[in-house]
Ligand binder design. Structure first.
Ligand code: ADP
Ligand code: MG
Length: 696
């Protein structure tokens, strides 16, 4: 007996245009979505499934549960209520269901003859006349009916310019060219088996052509073993990509520092405090990194107020002692400005020359600053992102310090690479948004992570209370008392509207209301629409104690440091996320007076908002809050996905698949060690163009 003809083996990289029926137009539409090779089609995975393998009796329908029904048209009505609509009553032996259409053609309406047999698929909802399906997909059946589907129907993410039916046909065609297991599989079998996960080939077939007995609930939830198999590989590809970037960067080498601690010792001697054990430990790690001939790539996590700045200053002094340059960058002018003042206060007395370079430094001042940076006259350069712009040439940049990492992206960090004249600059990234360890390993696989996990002594933990907005008059009374005792108060106006303008207005009216309610109290106002000079003058007045109450928008969220401020009011606290509330709260509790944070909320609270406020009342520990945040919000938001690129997973979902991460990390280690070429292929399969871009 002759063997059945087998489809020709197609290499994964075969262009889609080699498939039957794919002309230039279709090819372009697919390419616009990144689908270029046959393999890309294999990995274009269904976003949901429709079960047309069975029929459900109309009497058994439940709102919200998608089903397929079959019945006869009992009545048809065309109505105009605000807009034209078509209502078709469908009856089977058990009951009647309404199909409702708002968009339809006359010819379509005419198909629904009384008595015609119709099979419809959709999600019932409760309408004015009982259960109905709006815009079901449907077909008219002849008298002999029609076979039911044999597999669940995959629903693919739509691609502009490609109809769903032809997309499906194409994917099915691409699947006919799936190579044998051995040619496709890139993960070691002894890894997959203990995890109970199928091979890639079988996973892809299951997902694109799920058999009728497949666990639909698991598939819809993204927890089917076939989906987890793909999520594992995708997370692995991402991890390998980041690690590879790191290896490439380190291969370029850096000029090691000598580790000369003369200046360090002098600063430590002058400081009014001694370092905490955690600060000492992290500083020692940095020094060790900096003395190696490859670039340091280290993230320092430390809760608000843990004292990251001084650790950064010590690292900077190691570079300065070698006659080399340091850049410190912060995400906002306000914060950069404050760093400048802090560093100036610490370093200038040691004879270190500092330079301020923000986007708003223009004209002559800018030309001078640029020249100082280029000649090496400036040893420590402080500024915003502007520091990474092309026009800025360093004489000999040894160390780049980036504060508040969550606002910087991987790509911005990569841009730093080219700023060094002698090797790649060492990089120190600091963040006050701690993230759980497993996530940190995924998001920052290209960085070593250390933590300042201890607050300086003498801090009294902040007491946090939640207060309904109706109790504002009492609160204002309390503020009057606090100010009379010489305490300083922040009043933070927050709005869901991100626009500076709307926020500024709200802050302005709160400012006026508080001025009226608190005669005799010196009140200041800062918001994002003010000129930097005005903002700074107000901040300075608050810091100097000339102002007792500061009304502010969330511009003060990061880094602002006024140790005497011991009361903070956060308006609309119910609308903010945990991380942001924790950041804001970190502005108080920096001195030795017992501090209070009042979360003013507008009831009634949603369950989620209540949990957030409760969490804040219960703990001051940034790491505990980060864990809770992860649980409540999911990692995408936690990490600020737009910048990390973590949102663009095809299959994986960090929230759902977080339990896979330890396997992913261990597997990445093993592959890089034992089978680097395999690792390359995994990255190419999943990340392809994006990885090429990042490595460029
Ligand atoms: P963050 O980690 O949030 O950036 P900062 O570096 O702004 O914290 O430090 C917060 C405050 O704590 C600053 O006023 C700083 O001078 C002070 N500080 C830092 N380290 C210590 C320490 N070991 N003992 C006492 N105060 C410290
Ligand atoms: Mg800071």
């Amino acid at each position: 007996m002759p063997a059945p003809p087998r489809p020709a083996l197609v290499e994964a990289d075969t262009p889609i245009t080699a498939l039957r029926g794919v002309g230039p137009a279709l090819g372009n539409a697919l390419a616009a979505r990144g689908l270029v090779s046959v393999q890309d089609l294999w990995l274009h995975l269904p976003r949901s499934y429709e079960d047309r393998t069975r029929l459900t009796a109309i009497a058994a329908l439940q709102p919200g549960v998608s089903v397929q029904v079959e019945g006869r048209v009992e009545a048809v009505e065309r109505a105009f209520r605000y807009r034209p609509q078509l209502k078709v009553a469908l009856t089977d032996a058990t009951g009647t269901l309404l199909l409702r259409f708002f968009h339809f053609r006359a010819q379509q309406a005419a198909q629904f003859a009384i008595g015609a047999r119709v099979r419809a698929y959709g999600t019932p909802r409760l309408g004015p006349q009982g259960l109905e399906i709006v815009h079901p997909s449907y077909r008219l059946l002849g008298e002999h009916g029609h076979d039911l589907s044999e597999t669940l129907d995959p629903v693919y993410p739509a691609i502009e310019g490609v109809g769903p039916a032809s997309l499906r046909r194409l994917i099915m065609q691409a699947l006919d060219h799936l190579p044998e297991e051995a040619a496709l599989e890139l993960l070691p079998e002894d890894w997959l088996r203990p995890l109970g996960l199928p091979t890639l080939r079988s996973a892809l077939l299951t997902l694109h052509r799920p058999p009728p007995d497949a666990d639909l609930a698991a598939l819809q939830a993204g927890r089917h073993p076939a989906q987890r198999r793909l999520a594992l590989e995708e997370l692995l590809a991402h991890q390998l990509g980041l690690r590879r970037q790191r290896l490439a960067l380190q291969a370029e080498g850096a000029l090691p520092l000598r580790g000369d601690e003369t200046l360090v010792a002098r600063l430590l001697h002058r400081l009014p405090f001694t370092l905490t054990a955690a600060q000492q430990r992290v500083y020692a790690q940095l020094r060790e990194d900096l003395c190696r001939p490859r670039p340091m790539l280290r993230l320092v996590q430390g809760d608000v107020g843990s004292g990251k700045t001084v650790v950064a200053a010590l690292a900077a002094l190691l570079a300065v002692a070698d006659g080399r340059q340091v850049a410190l960058m912060a995400p906002t002018e306000l914060l950069a400005e404050q760093h400048y003042h802090t560093l100036h206060g610490w370093l200038a007395p040691l004879g270190v020359r500092l330079c301020w370079l923000a986007g708003k430094v223009t004209g002559k001042a800018r030309a001078q600053a640029l020249q100082d940076v280029a000649s090496g006259a400036a040893q420590v350069v402080v500024g915003t992102h502007a520091l990474m712009q092309d026009g800025v040439e360093f004489h000999d940049l040894a160390l780049a310090i980036i504060d508040e990492q969550h606002r910087f992206g991987v790509h911005q960090r990569l841009a730093l690479r080219d700023k060094g004249r002698r090797g790649v600059p060492h990089q120190l990234v600091m963040t006050a948004t701690p993230i759980p360890r497993t996530l940190a390993m995924s998001a920052y696989a290209d960085l070593d992570v250390s933590a300042i996990d201890e607050l300086p002594p003498g801090r009294t933990p902040v007491t946090t209370i939640a207060l309904a907005v109706e109790r504002r008059p009492e609160l204002i009374e309390r503020i009057r008392l606090a100010c009379a005792q010489g305490r300083q108060v922040y009043w933070v106006c927050t709005l869901i509207d991100d626009s500076d303008e709307v926020q500024a207005q709200a802050a302005q009216s709160t400012f006026e209301a508080l001025q009226a309610a608190l005669p005799g109290v010196q009140i200041g106002l800062v918001h994002g629409r003010m000129k930097p000079a005005e903002k700074q003058a107000t901040m300075r007045a608050f810091k100097d104690g000339a102002l007792a109450l500061l009304v502010a928008t969330t511009v003060i969220e990061v880094g602002v440091d006024v140790p005497n401020a011991s009361l903070m009011v956060i308006e609309n606290a119910e609308r903010l996320g945990l991380a942001q509330l924790h950041q804001l709260r970190g502005r108080v509790g920096r001195g030795s007076t017992a501090s209070t944070c009042v979360l003013l909320y507008q009831g009634p609270l949603s369950a989620l908002a209540r949990q957030r406020l409760d969490t804040l009342r219960q703990t001051n520990d940034g790491f505990a809050i980060a864990e809770k945040d992860l649980e409540l919000r999911g990692p995408g938001e936690l990490l600020g996905t737009r910048q990390t690129g973590l949102a663009s997973f095809r299959m994986a979902d960090l929230g759902r698949d977080v339990d896979l991460l330890p396997h992913v990390h261990a597997l990445a280690d093993r592959l890089l060690r034992e089978a680097p070429e395999q690792a390359e292929r995994i990255v190419a399969r999943w990340v392809g163009g994006a990885a090429r871009y990042a490595a460029a």
